[in-house]
Design a protein around this ligand. Structure first.
Ligand code: SAM
Length: 302
């Protein structure tokens, strides 16, 4: 079992655990600080300085949908309100919080907690930069037969002023790539105007990805050691979209550490907090393994 507090996992050299809270390791041209903390994020986030986080990629417990070894009994509005408020404090200007969430259905009605959380984030000062959808494509068909099968979760992108880091992913192949632009844009008054490149510029091979992401839930056994893990690609693509190399990424509900693994693979610093000791141990192991693979040069984007 790993020590429960602050654990640094340097990206190169022996697994020398430094607990001084300041260690940086620049071996293999990688400057990555990994800080994994076991405990309640409400309490542990207080040690994070104001404006020191560039990006948060997280998913909190979804109402009562999972028990998390019993800790979900402590979950509720009083917790998420305080966590979102503190996320605003620790996020720097131009920083982003990606909050991935879905609602339970109780007595036949969806709770709407996801919307309440988004509106609360705005009350705390965040902009609602985008409401994105994670389409899981192959959901298990649970729930009552009088509604359509649920297949998606919300990915709220909150930002503190306009996002200033990362790069929007352009991987949607344009059907008309190479042709000269001839599109038009409808104006507020209903009239249409030609696009800027009309008749001049060629259509690029790839355009911006749309804000509905079709990503299957985690498939590999090693990525499914938790009841509700992110697929690795989901965390990695948000990290690339909203942060730069060397930035600091937080996951206050780290679970099995998927956001941390993606940080190792994309060269970001990471702070992860997890309440449950069992999930915390899994996260430590997965992140160490990711670092081993990066050092061995065997990491491949899939
Ligand atoms: C939806 S899961 C996150 C899964 C994670 N994204 C992954 O890929 O494994 C939410 C996690 O939050 C943890 N949790 C619940 N309350 C917490 C708290 N107050 N502080 C820290 N972690 C908490 C739960 O134990 C659970 O592992």
């Amino acid at each position: 079992m790993k020590p429960a507090e602050i654990l640094h996992v340097p990206p190169s050299g022996k697994r020398g655990v430094r607990c001084d809270g300041t260690h940086r390791n620049s071996g293999d041209n990688v400057m990555v600080d990994i800080k994994l903390i076991q405990g309640d994020c409400l309490e542990k986030m207080q040690d994070i300085p104001d404006g020191s986080i560039d990006l948060t990629v997280t998913s909190p417990p979804y109402d009562n949908l999972r028990t998390y070894n019993g800790n979900n009994e402590l979950w509720g509005e009083h917790v998420w309100k305080a966590v979102i408020k503190d996320l605003y404090r620790v996020t720097n200007s131009g920083g982003v919080v990606v909050w991935i969430v879905a609602d339970a259905t109780i007595n036949g009605s969806e709770t709407g907690t996801s919307f309440k959380q988004a509106l609360w984030a705005m009350e705390c000062g965040f902009r609602l930069h985008d409401t994105m959808i994670w389409n899981k494509e192959n959901c298990s068909s649970v729930g009552s037969m009088n509604r359509y099968e649920n297949t998606f979760e919300y990915m709220f992108v909150f930002s503190k002023s306009a996002p200033s880091r990362g790069e929007i992913i352009k991987d949607r192949r344009n059907k008309r790539a190479g042709e000269i632009q001839n599109g038009s844009i409808r104006q507020k008054d209903g009239t249409v105007r030609k696009t800027t490149g009309y008749g001049k510029r060629a259509i690029a091979e790839f355009g911006r990805r749309r804000n509905v992401w079709n990503i299957f839930p985690a498939k590999k056994k090693a990525d499914r050691l938790h009841p509700a893990p992110f697929p690795p690609e989901l965390a990695a693509d948000h990290i690339l979209s909203w942060s730069n190399e060397g930035d600091t990424v937080l996951d206050p509900f780290m679970g099995s550490g998927t956001t941390g693994v993606a940080c190792v693979n994309t060269n970001r610093n990471f702070i992860g907090i997890e309440l449950d000791q069992g999930y915390f141990d899994i996260a430590c192991k997965r992140i160490e393994e990711a670092q081993r693979q990066v050092r061995a040069g065997s990491y491949r984007k899939e």
